[in-house]
Structure formats: structure tokens, C-alpha cells
Design a protein around this ligand. Structure first.
Ligand code: EPU
Length: 446
């Protein structure tokens, strides 16, 4: 297995480039399944989750061409030829590796009026149900049964009629899945309390480019007039907003006071006002400037003192739950106490015991982490990755710790952070990937 070994105390210098968005790439790939032809999607990040979803799509008989090269400076393109689709199933051994595989429920129903998709099972920090995805398909007119761990859905006479669905709570995944099924229905669908995350909006824009009739993207009510068929397109994925937020936090933590660190290839609008407001209150100056090509550059200036800022996660435009673990690390270095509350995943705190191993003064109470702040003295230790965002928070903490931090089980990081150690190395951080033997590693409980 691989680990990252970080020698703390290094400064971030120069710049870092943000890759394509993981959480947008996956629904874009699912959308490609709806068209009878070859779709090309540019700016696809080189990540394990993209490879996994490619395999999920291949099972159906679609051809997926995905050959990322080793050059970190060239964005990658994926090609999906969905003309040969014939097997309307997503099997357990793939779905269990990645929950987003459940998007095949909507994609297969939308394309062929039938789907057999494995239930995803639990996840590292909670049950993460899919009840709204299933209710949504039923609301559009599908007959849904569960058998042997699979959801089997069928449209009457091979095509969904469409219908009305209200999501409660707001769900990114369910909004995307139900849209995938609604765009080719024979009638109108009205979806209420929809997610407004940029991932949903950009995905909806690709569906529109394919010929879908969708109104209200980015608002809480989306109306869809079903169309007979969708066309293959060429589309460019947006930059990863969570990667951008993570590197802005890294920059506030590790840029020498007065120096400027640059994050290129970014779409700052996608951070949302809650994050940028909170970041501004930390006292770390930042600005958005024009970059090369379509995207912007974010410049962050290092400061002597980070002000404590309490945050609460919420659906977009609220503070993203995918940035709360990283924010917690930033707050350990702030000049006073703060709280980090997650209202979306109320127990997404697996990183807290690991951060405490590094010396962070943190206490969890219900859905809230109390951060003491003023912990300038994190010290290196062996820590364990438990999920994607928890893992990157450990890397950030390792950058601030004295001595060496070993972050074990970084396959979680490889799912969602493109070439992380290469990017950090080039920006001056002492971080290396090493193989280790899990059975004999320090800090690994049986
Ligand atoms: N929920 C239900 N029923 C459902 C679906 C969701 O009750 O059928 C609840 C969840 O339990 C949660 C809330 O709705 O309390 C919101 O969950 P959502 O469905 O929005 O999450 P998701 O679609 O499963 C995506 C991202 C996550 C991100 C969340 C929230 C992808 C592939 N995943 O998950 O990203 O945390 O939205 O923004 O897009 C990550 O990238 O690390 C990650 C976990």
C-alpha cells in the first residue's frame, strides 16, 4: 500500500494548478450514456474514481477511451461511445468501490427504460442513503423493486412519463440522478428543492448542449420537458472547486507572510460566497485575477496571524461539507477558538482523532468540532486516512507539524486529488510517496 511522508515546516512558493472537477466529471460521464453516439469530455482529472466509473460504463457495452498521459500540464479527454449499449446493469463489485456509480440508475433508465443497479452500501462516515434517488425514479413513473442488493427499475412501455418530485433534504446526487432519467421522458417533470451546486449546474448545461429542455438550473425548482433523444457532444468539464478551496487553505497555512501564492486554472465563482466570506475573515488577503485561457488565477497572501472563523456547512451557496476537515486544520493555527459544524453529514469527523494524534486540540460535540486554536506546535506522527477529505486534512496538518508525518492508506486521496504530491513538491513542500506493508505499519489497528 502507499503512504505519503511529509516533512513539516516547508513553505509554499510559486503556484499550483487545479485539475478538472471530480464531482462534475462523474455526472458528465453518466450523461454521455444517454446519447446514441460518441461524446468527448475535456478537462477530466486523472483520478481513481474516473477509472472506476469508466469500468462501470464499460459493463453496459459502451466504449470508453481514457488514456491519461504522465504530463501533469496537459488536461485529459475522455471519449464515450454509447452506441453499442446493451447490458443495463451496474454490478456490486464496482458500485461498492464508488457511490457515484449509482448515477447509472438514472442514466440507464433515461437511455433504455430499464436498469439493474447495485445498492452502494455504507460509507466511511455514515449510512448515506439513496432513498431519494429511488423515490425520484418512482415519481417519474418507474416501477422499482429491490432484490438481492440490487435496485431494479423499469419504465412502463420502455419510456418514463415524467412527474413531480420534491427532494427533502436537498441532495446533489439525487438531483443529478433524477435529471438523468427525466430528460428523455415523454412528458414534463418538475423537481423541487433541487441542489444548486456548480456540479449540478454544469452537468445540466451539458444535458442542454445535448438537446435536453431544462429550465431553472441553479435554482431550487427545475422543470424538464422530455425529448425523444439526446445527441452526443463535445464538452469541457469545469475546474475542481474543492481542490481550489483546499489549496487556498494550504496557501493561508504555509505561504510565508507577505509572499503570494498563486492557484491557476480555477473557477472562483464555484467556491460560493460562504467560503469566500469566511476566508476573507481569516485575514489572509486573496484576489481573483485573469488566468491563461478560460479559467482564473487565485492569489493568496501569507499572513502572520490567522483570525479564528467559525463555519457551518450547508448546501450551495453555503460552506461545502467537502471543505470542513481542511478548515478545521486551518483553525488549529488561528489566533483563538472557533467551531466547525457540519449540518449535512453530522458525523463526518473521522479525521479528528487522527488530527489529535498530531497534537491538535479538538473536541467533538454532536455535529460540531470545537477547535482550541493557537496550536502552533503540531508534531509529526503516523496517521491514517479514512476518506478523501479527511486524508487531505492530514496532509495539510503534516505540512504544519514539526518532523515527519506518515499519512497511511492514501488510496483515499488518489480517488479525488489529482497528482497531489507532485503538485505540492513542485510548490516547495517536502512530501514523498512510499510503499509500506500495512500488516506491519505502526498505528494500524487490527
Ligand atoms: N440524502 C438522503 N437521501 C438520499 C440522498 C441523500 O437523505 O437519497 C441526504 C444525505 O444523507 C445528506 C444529504 O442528503 O445528509 C446530502 O447528500 P447528497 O446526496 O447531496 O450527497 P451525495 O450526492 O451523495 C455529493 C458529493 C459528496 C459531497 C456531497 C454534499 C459526489 C460524487 N459526491 O454526494 O462529495 O460531500 O454531495 O455536497 O458528487 C467528496 O467529494 O469527498 C464527497 C463526499
Amino acid at each position: 500500500m502507499d503512504k505519503l511522508v511529509i516533512t513539516g515546516g516547508g513553505a509554499l512558493r510559486g503556484s499550483l494548478h487545479v485539475g478538472g472537477s471530480k464531482n462534475t466529471a462523474l455526472p458528465l460521464m453518466a450523461a454521455a450514456v444517454l446519447a446514441d453516439g460518441t461524446t468527448k469530455i475535456h478537462n477530466i482529472p486523472v483520478l481513481k474514481d474516473v477509472a472506476t466509473f469508466s469500468n462501470v460504463i464499460r459493463v453496459t457495452g459502451c466504449k470508453v477511451t481514457w488514456e491519461p498521459d504522465d504530463d501533469p500540464d496537459t488536461p485529459e479527454t475522455i471519449t464515450i461511445d454509447a452506441s453499442g449499449i446493451h447490458h443495463f446493469e451496474a454490478p456490486y463489485d464496482l458500485v461498492k468501490q464508488m457511490r457515484a456509480s449509482f448515477y447509472m440508475l438514472g442514466a440507464l433508465l433515461g437511455r433504455g427504460g430499464k436498469a439493474k443497479v447495485s445498492l452502494p452500501g455504507g460509507c466511511a462516515w455514515g449510512p448515506r442513503p439513496v432513498d431519494l434517488h429511488i423515490k425520484g425514479m418512482e415519481a417519474l413513473g418507474a416501477t422499482v423493486t429491490e432484490e438481492g442488493g440490487y435496485v431494479i427499475a423499469e419504465a412502463p412501455d420502455g419510456r418514463l412519463p415524467g412527474g413531480r418530485m420534491r427532494f427533502e433534504p436537498v441532495s446533489v446526487g439525487a438531483t443529478i440522478n433524477v435529471l438523468l432519467a427525466a430528460v428523455t421522458a415523454s412528458g414534463e417533470s418538475v423537481l423541487e428543492n433541487c441542489a444548486a451546486e456548480p456540479d449540478v449546474v454544469v452537468f445540466g448545461q451539458m444535458l442542454q448542449a445535448m438537446g435536453a429542455q431544462i429550465d431553472g438550473l441553479g435554482t431550487d425548482t427545475i422543470t424538464v420537458q422530455g425529448v425523444d433523444k439526446l445527441n452526443p457532444v463535445e464538452f469541457t468539464n469545469c475546474p475542481d472547486r474543492i481542490e481550489l478551496g483546499t489549496y487556498m487553505i494550504a496557501a493561508a497555512l504555509a505561504t510565508p507572510p507577505g509572499a503570494t501564492f498563486r492557484i491557476t486554472g480555477a473557477e472562483p465563482e464555484h467556491l460560493g460566497p460562504a467560503f469566500t466570506d469566511a476566508f476573507r475573515q481569516t485575514g489572509a488577503p486573496f484576489r481573483f485575477v485573469d488566468g491563461d485561457g478560460d479559467w482564473s488565477t487565485v492569489e493568496v497572501e501569507g499572513v502572520e496571524t490567522i483570525q479564528p472563523v467559525s463555519i457551518e456547512t450547508a448546501p450551495f451557496p453555503g460552506f461545502a461539507t467537502d471543505l470542513q476537515a481542511q478548515w478545521t486544520v486551518l483553525m488549529t493555527q488561528a489566533d483563538g477558538p472557533s467551531t466547525v459544524r457540519d449540518t449535512i453529514y453530522t458525523d463526518r469527523f473521522k479525521h479528528i482523532p487522527e488530527l489529535r494524534r498530531l497534537g491538535a486540540d479538538l473536541k467533538v460535540e454532536g455535529d460540531t468540532v470545537h477547535v482550541a486554536g493557537n496550536t502552533r506546535t503540531l508534531s509529526g506522527a503516523v496517521v491514517m486516512s479514512t476518506d478523501l477529505r479527511a486524508s487531505v486534512s492530514l496532509v495539510l496538518a503534516g505540512m504544519m507539524a514539526s518532523g515527519e508525518t506518515d499519512v497511511l492508506r492514501i488510496y483515499h486521496l488518489d480517488r479525488g486529488y489529482e497528482r497531489l504530491e507532485g503538485k505540492l513538491q513542485r510548490a516547495g513542500i517536502d512530501v514523498v510517496r512510499k510503499e509500506y506493508d500495512e500488516a506491519h505499519a505502526e498505528g494500524v489497528a487490527a
